[in-house]
Design a protein around this ligand. Structure first.
Ligand code: SF4
Length: 379
């Protein structure tokens, strides 16, 4: 097998930008290839961020697009919008992500062994986009656990345990070794039709193993991977194995500020007042300005902060056919004064409720649950 490529997708959001800076500074010998899948419908701040990153990294961020778009004067979104006959994408029919993000990415990788770095943070509970292609392996450098679920499933599969135990003894001794063997011996059934229970056991095994030493666990997994077809199997060593950093939201903002790249302006909260009450709104994510994943308050933010873009988003809707960005409500209805007031008051109420709960994800919640939506587009 050939040596793997190391690729990093820049979405235009804060997490992938911070990941590129962090890895470039900490692992300058890894030869990263950066890419960006342009929809043609991003906010200006996103394009500015890409430019700033290119000069910081001293490398081009490759703009990926599909062959059928070559020579087209239309933006990628408009091209596919027409080919889908005006059918708007939605969480249930996400042709936009499939056509404009995943397809060009898989063509870019073109069957070669590839390590894809994903900027999911240490304070998030979610998996990123995992390609079904066997030649693409995802790594999560900001998390305590850098491995994807498919790797962990292989590692903890009962049939692989004797192989895993061989590698275990290189990095674990005495009590730690006994504890690790006990963790491996806890029954887990990946075939069973009880996904929730399987996930619970897998999580327990993972955290129990990491508690015995992160680099030790990573080295055991790495040795195990060498017996598989995973792209990392061909590497003699992998620098991230000893990395014990866990980066959370505040670290991301710090990295962006300290690097001089800065935080995209749309994340900055803007104050508003309604019925004598004060609130704040912002955009919580990168991606298309009309993304259907955004919350109603973010639509209001778009209407008030970028009225031309809101107008442009309205032009894609076809109320007769029921093609609207948000279910059962058109953008024209959303900006009726009474409706704006209702959305803003609801947002103020929700924000103060969450504030009193002292949620660890408070900032995310205030800014519109950035955990919802598309990992391919928003990281
Ligand atoms: S940002 Fe939203 S609308 Fe744009 S491609 Fe991603 S999911 Fe689709």
């Amino acid at each position: 097998m050939n040596k793997p490529r190391h690729v990093l997708g820049i979405s235009g959001g804060k997490d992938s930008a911070a990941l590129a800076i962090y890895l470039n500074d900490k692992y300058p010998t890894l030869n990263f290839e950066y890419y960006f899948c342009d929809t043609g419908k991003e906010l200006d701040e996103t394009y500015q961020l890409i430019e700033n990153l290119e000069s910081y990294l001293g490398k081009k961020i490759l703009k990926l697009e599909n062959d059928e778009l070559k020579g087209s004067k239309e933006s990628p979104f408009d091209f596919y919008f027409k080919s889908f006959r005006g059918y708007l994408p939605s969480p249930q029919a996400r042709w936009c992500t499939a056509m404009m993000k995943i397809k060009p990415f898989e063509k870019f990788v073109s069957g070669k062994p590839t390590i894809s770095y994903v900027g999911i943070r240490g304070d998030e509970e979610r998996e990123g986009y995992i390609s079904r292609e066997a030649n693409i392996q995802s790594i999560f450098p900001f998390r305590r656990n850098i491995w994807s679920n498919d790797v962990l499933t292989e590692f903890f599969t009962p049939g692989n345990q004797s192989k895993v135990q061989e590698f275990l003894t290189t990095y674990h001794r005495g009590n730690d070794l006994d504890r690790f063997i006990a963790i491996l011996n806890e029954p887990i059934d990946f075939e069973r039709n009880n996904k929730t229970e399987t996930e619970k056991v897998l999580k327990r095994k993972l955290h129990g193993s990491l508690d015995l030493g992160i680099p030790e666990f990573n080295r055991t997994v790495f040795d195990f991977l060498k017996t598989t077809e995973y792209p990392l199997a061909t590497e003699v060593d992998f620098e991230l194995l000893d990395n014990e950093d866990i980066l959370v939201r505040e670290d991301i903002f710090r990295i962006l500020r300290e690097s001089g790249i800065g935080v995209p302006k749309y994340y900055e909260k803007v104050e508003f007042e309604v019925d004598g009450q004060k609130g704040e709104y912002a955009r919580s994510r990168s991606g298309c300005f009309f993304c259907f994943f955004q919350q109603k308050i973010e639509w209001i933010w778009l209407y008030e902060q970028h009225p031309n873009l809101y107008k442009e988003a309205m032009e894609y809707e076809n109320e007769e056919e029921n093609f609207t960005w948000t279910p059962n409500e058109s953008l024209a209805e959303l900006i009726q004064p009474a409706r704006i007031k209702q959305i803003k008051l609801g947002h103020i109420q929700r924000s103060s409720k969450e504030e009193s709960k002292k949620s660890p994800y408070l900032l995310d919640i205030l800014e519109g649950t950035e955990r919802d939506g598309c990992n391919t587009c928003f990281l």
